[in-house]
Design a protein around this ligand. Structure first.
Ligand code: NAD
Ligand code: LMR
Length: 337
C-alpha cells in the first residue's frame, strides 16, 4: 500500500551501460510549476541525463508519468511529499535544480517573495544536505540574491558545505541580454555573448555592454541596460498577475544544467555566468557575486574577474554592491535567527 502511494514511475529499463555519464541523476524540485514542467521536458531530451527525478508538493507523479512516455533513454520518477518523497527524489542526485516557490505579481519586487520562498528553499536545502550532500545545487527560486546564501548556510549547518557546488542561476539575464542586443543590432543572438554580472534583481543586474564589441549611443546604452535589469518585469506585467518568466527561464536553466553536466563529465572550456560564493568583492562585504565562471569536474572552477569597465558600468557596480550585501545578509540571518 505504502509502496503504491509513492508514485514512482520508471519509464525505460536501463537500456545502456552504467558509465559515469549514464548514471547522472538530475532532480527538479518544484517540477510541476510554470518553470518546472518545461524545464523537466527539456531535461528529458538531454542525453546526459539518465534519471530525471521530479518532486513537487502537487502533481509531480503526473508530470513524471506524462514525460515518461517520451522515447528518450532516461528514466523518470515522480514524488509527492508522502512516504519520504523528497528524500527519495534527491538521494544520489548529481544535480538538484530548485525552481520551487511563488512567482511575482505586478508591482512586487523579487525581495517581496522572500517571506514565502525563503522557508521553501530552506526546507529543500535541508533535505539536500541530509540525503544528497555531494550534489550540485542550481537555485532558481527568487530572490536568488538571498536564496543562495540560505542554501549555503544550511549546508554549513550540516557540515557538508562546498561552495564549488552551489549556484544561483542567472543565465536568463545573459539570454535576455544577447537577445536584446541582437534585436538592436540586427545580429544573430547566438553570436552576442554579453557578460552580465552582479546579482539577479533590478540594480544588482549589471550588463557589461562595453565588452560586447558593439557601439551604442548613450541613450541606447541606458535603455538597453534598463531593459536587461528589468526584463523580468516586462514578463510579469504582460502575464498580468498569472506569474513571471517560465518558458525562457526553463530554456535558461536547461542550458545551465547542460553546461554543468558537460563540465562534470570532464569537458574543459565550459563557461557560464552564475551567482556563486566569490572572492571578487568579498573585501567589501559582498560574499556572493555573479560573474563568468569556468565550470569543471568539481563545479565552480576559475571565477573570472570583471575585466575593464566603462565609467557608466562602474556606477552600476557602485549601486549594486550595497543592495547585494543587504540581500545576502537577509538570507544568512534567516537561517540563524
Ligand atoms: P510556479 O508557481 O508556477 O511553480 C512553483 C512550483 O513550486 C509549484 O508547482 C509549487 O507547487 C511548487 N512548490 C511550492 N512549494 C514547494 C515545496 N515546498 N516543495 C516543492 N515544490 C514546491 O512558479 P514558477 O513560475 O515556476 O517560478 C518559480 C520560482 O522561480 C519563483 O520564485 C520565481 O520568482 C523564480 N524565477 C527565477 C528566475 C531566475 O532567473 N532565477 C526566473 C524566473 C522565475
Ligand atoms: C526573471 O528575471 O524573469 C525572474 O527573476 C522572475 C521575475 O520575478 O522577474
Amino acid at each position: 500500500m505504502l509502496a503504491l502511494r509513492r508514485l514512482n514511475i520508471e519509464t525505460t529499463k536501463r537500456a545502456f551501460s552504467s558509465s559515469a555519464v549514464n548514471a547522472t541523476k538530475v532532480a527538479v524540485l518544484g517540477a510541476a510549476g510554470g518553470i518546472g514542467q518545461p524545464l523537466s521536458l527539456l531535461l528529458k531530451l538531454n542525453e546526459l541525463v539518465s534519471h530525471l527525478s521530479l518532486y513537487d508538493i502537487v502533481n509531480a507523479p503526473g508530470v513524471a508519468a506524462d514525460l515518461s512516455h517520451i522515447n528518450t533513454h532516461s528514466k523518470v520518477t515522480g514524488y509527492s511529499p508522502d512516504n519520504d518523497g523528497l528524500k527519495h527524489a534527491v538521494t544520489d542526485a548529481t544535480i538538484i535544480v530548485i525552481p520551487a516557490g511563488v512567482p511575482r505579481k505586478p508591482g512586487m519586487t523579487r525581495d517581496d517573495l522572500f517571506n514565502t520562498n525563503a522557508g521553501i528553499v530552506k526546507d529543500l536545502a535541508t533535505a539536500a544536505a541530509k540525503y544528497a550532500p555531494d550534489a550540485h545545487l542550481a537555485v532558481i527560486s527568487n530572490p536568488v540574491n538571498s536564496t543562495v546564501p540560505i542554501v549555503s548556510e544550511i549546508f554549513k549547518k550540516h557540515n557538508v558545505y562546498n561552495p564549488k557546488r552551489i549556484f544561483g542561476v542567472t543565465t536568463l539575464d545573459i539570454v535576455r541580454a544577447s537577445r536584446f542586443v541582437s534585436e538592436l543590432k540586427d545580429t544573430d543572438p547566438k553570436n552576442e555573448n554579453i557578460v552580465v554580472v552582479g546579482g539577479h534583481s533590478g540594480v544588482t543586474i549589471i550588463p557589461l555592454i562595453s565588452q560586447s564589441g558593439s557601439n551604442f549611443t548613450d541613450d541606447e546604452l541606458k535603455a538597453l541596460t534598463h531593459r536587461i535589469q528589468f526584463g523580468g518585469d516586462e514578463v510579469v506585467k504582460a502575464k498580468a498577475g498569472t506569474g513571471s518568466a517560465t518558458l525562457s527561464m526553463a530554456f535558461a536553466a536547461s542550458r545551465f544544467t547542460n553546461s554543468l553536466l558537460r563540465a562534470l563529465k570532464g569537458e574543459t572550456g565550459v563557461t557560464e555566468p552564475a551567482y556563486v560564493k566569490s572572492p571578487l568583492f568579498e573585501s567589501e562585504g559582498v560574499e556572493y557575486f555573479a560573474s563568468k565562471i569556468e565550470l569543471n569536474r568539481e563545479g565552480v572552477g576559475k571565477i573570472h574577474d570583471l575585466g575593464s569597465l566603462s565609467q557608466y558600468e562602474k556606477l552600476l557596480l557602485e549601486a549594486a554592491l550595497p543592495e547585494l550585501k543587504k540581500n545576502i545578509q537577509k538570507g544568512i540571518d534567516f537561517v540563524h535567527k
